[in-house]
Design a protein around this ligand. Structure first.
Ligand SMILES: Nc1ncnc2c1ncn2[C@@H]1O[C@H](COP(=O)(O)OP(=O)(O)OP(=O)(O)O)[C@@H](O)[C@H]1O
Ligand SMILES: [Mg+2]
Length: 611
């Protein structure tokens, strides 16, 4: 994982907010009729509000001028009906979109999650987890809110605005001109605002992601932070990060406030002027009092469409940047992204089984991490290794020599940069990933458990395994402690299995690797956290499993090495020597040094030896 405060992995390429928002179409498409219905009802509601000033004009010029009480009542009832219609239609608008939009949000979340699961490990190496978290939570919310409200009202309010202006021009074109002219600078101002605001919105969302990363790491690492007395430092870091976000939010608020001042101030000024001019006109008899009342109330009812403009633009910009952030993940390296479930009976499946029993073969394998410094040598540079079918091969080497990396290449957690890896003669790139990962079973250095029951955690390795197979796997891993747990193998283990000891977690991870009787077993230092006694027991039981599979076991200790038929020594990106433990002890000084812990001269870069 990159440092917590790392900025978003890729600098965003800015394009217009509209273009970003248009990318939402695939999600909006299924609910387009609901959105249309919602927009139409909001439009009808707003237009019925625009009729009210016309009724007022009629009241003033008709019943009021002629003292016609009955006419006054009729027009009054009409006003009431229009008011009710407006309220009812606005209610209907909400009703149309609430449920479909919740569905859109759910769909986007599901797609993002599926994508994150499919993306290769190298993607997750590059991206801070908090950035992904914030994209999956707050950004989705922003987008849903945008579809519910700003999207509809940007359309409705502009149409209402144009209609209102039309009405004003019909009522009195001179007054209308006075009122509308000041709006021209507004358009320029809005486009300036849009650019500035979307940059700030993007920054705020990214900083939100950084904040989430710091929070997540400090929650997960709370034991380490406390025991090293680092909680204050971490709190200071969190505060600094929160301060950055606060500044960006303030900047957004300032931008919006400035725009708001102009948006509210200009029409106010125009309205005052047209009121004064209108009164003069009425006094000269060139227009009626009713027309002036109608005109002014129309102008007044256009205040909301204009004033809301700043807010609607701001929100649309946030939604556009949220959409960009969503698609940055969705677009990530599609070529690399891992394929989905593979249909049964794929031809590769047959060949992987029917091929010669050749075991695991690595030929001229080259690999470097995608984010390794450009001038560094390849981590694995032309590595050859053959693990015969049924054989157990131990892999030893100095710490940092690339053992864990090598094991991750077999199930294609990373892609090799050159050479070839075959399983029973079939290139692993020709085996569908889902099948490959059934074939190769792994136990990692870091035994991660999920918040689920013990049996769910173990059966991840083989979902269809029977109760007996589960029991056998637990026996092999010497995980009898499970039976003493309150609910046996049904016991929930806490977040990351923290309620279990390191050795207990390691044994469950081992059980997970062996449960499905995999054809190829890869164990990365599986016994490191066990006491000598338990280690001996696990080794004894593991021998039976290893006898039935082809296995590659990363080992640091001589006792683990003895599980293996042969040993391969990894040094300088290649396999430097292969042989039995005793052969290598005899013939290879480097190996002797590694196993005995004695130093015989040549050191490593950092001078460290294994364990
Ligand atoms: N995800 C990664 N991205 C970039 N570099 C990495 C990554 N993981 C490991 N490395 C680098 O690759 C090198 C080999 O790491 P690896 O974990 O394979 O060593 P190892 O032989 O398993 O060591 P150990 O015995 O300590 O487990 C190290 O220098 C490490 O810094
Ligand atoms: Mg390792």
């Amino acid at each position: 994982m990159p440092p917590a405060a790392a900025p978003a992995a890729q600098p965003p390429a800015r394009h217009s907010a509209t273009r970003s928002l248009l990318r939402l179409w695939p999600y909006v498409r299924p609910i387009r009729w609901f959105l249309t219905a919602s927009t139409v009802s909001a439009l009808l509601a707003s237009l019925s509000a625009l009729v009210i000033p016309l009724v007022l004009k009629n009241i003033v010029d008709g019943p009021v001028a002629h003292h016609d009480t009955a006419g006054l009542w009729r027009q009054g009832v009409l006003l009431l009906v229009l008011g009710l219609l407006e309220a009812g239609l606005f209610g209907l608008r909400r009703w149309f979109v609430a449920r479909p939009l919740a569905g859109v949000e759910r769909q986007m979340r599901a797609d993002l999650y599926a994508k994150l699961q499919r993306l290769p490990v190298s993607f997750h190496d590059r991206w801070a987890s908090g950035q992904l978290l914030s994209r999956a939570t707050s950004d989705m919310y922003t987008i849903r809110l945008f579809l519910a409200f700003p999207l509809v009202f940007l359309i409705v309010n502009s149409m209402v605005f144009l209609t209102g202006i039309g009405i004003m021009f019909t009522l009195d074109w001179q007054l209308a001109l006075i009122t509308v002219l000041p709006a021209a600078p507004l358009i320029i101002l809005c486009s300036y605002f849009e650019r500035r605001y979307s940059a700030a919105a993007r920054l705020a969302q990214d900083q939100n992601g950084d904040l989430a990363t710091v929070l997540e790491e400090s929650v997960l690492g709370i034991r380490i932070l406390k025991s090293f007395g680092r909680h204050r430092t971490m709190a200071a870091r969190y505060r600094a990060q929160a301060e950055l976000l606060r500044e960006t939010e303030l900047k957004k608020a300032r931008l919006l406030a400035n725009l708001w001042a102009v948006i509210v101030g200009l029409p106010e000024l125009a309205l005052g002027t047209s009121l004064a001019v209108g009164i003069v006109q009425v006094a000269h008899g060139s227009t009626t009092a009713g027309t002036l009342v109608g005109f002014l109330s129309t102008a007044l009812s256009l205040r909301w469409p204009v004033e809301s403009l700043g807010w609607l633009l701001a929100y649309s910009n946030e939604a556009a940047t949220a959409t960009d952030r969503f698609y940055e993940v969705m677009d990530a390296r599609p070529a690399d992204s891992e394929d989905g479930p593979v249909p049964d009976g794929a031809p590769e499946r047959a060949s992987a089984r029917a091929g010669a029993r050749d075991g695991i073969r690595l030929a001229g394998v080259r690999f470097r991490y995608p984010d390794a410094p450009a001038d560094s040598p390849d981590l694995l540079s032309g590595l050859d290794l053959h693990v015969r079918s049924g054989e157990t091969m131990a892999l030893v080497g100095l710490t940092g020599s690339g053992k864990t990396t090598l094991t991750a290449l077999l199930p294609r957690l990373y892609e090799i940069n050159g050479g070839r890896i075959t399983l029973d003669g079939t290139d692993i790139r020709e085996i569908p990933r889902a099948r490959l990962r059934e074939l190769v079973s792994m136990a990692f250095e870091d035994p991660t458990l999920f918040s689920a029951s013990v049996s769910e955690n173990v059966l991840m390795g083989a979902p269809d395994a029977s109760e007996e197979e589960l029991e056998r796997a637990l026996d092999v891993a010497q995980a009898q402690f499970v039976r003493a747990l309150p609910e046996g193998s049904g016991t929930q283990v806490g977040e990351q299995g923290l309620s279990l000891s390191g050795g207990q977690r390691q044994r469950l991870a081992l059980a997970r690797a062996v449960v499905g009787a995999p054809e190829f077993l890869v164990l990365d230092d599986p016994l490191s956290a066990l006491d000598v006694h338990t280690e001996a027991l696990v080794e004894q039981a593991l021998r039976q499993v290893l006898a039935e599979t082809t296995a590659l076991v990363v080992a640091h200790r001589p006792s683990t090495v003895q599980l293996a038929d042969r040993v391969a020594l990894l040094a300088d990106g290649r396999i430097a020597a292969v042989g039995t433990h005793h052969e290598l002890l005899e013939s290879n000084p480097e190996y002797r040094e590694l196993m005995s812990g004695e130093r015989t001269g040549e050191g490593t870069e950092d001078g460290s030896l294994v364990r």
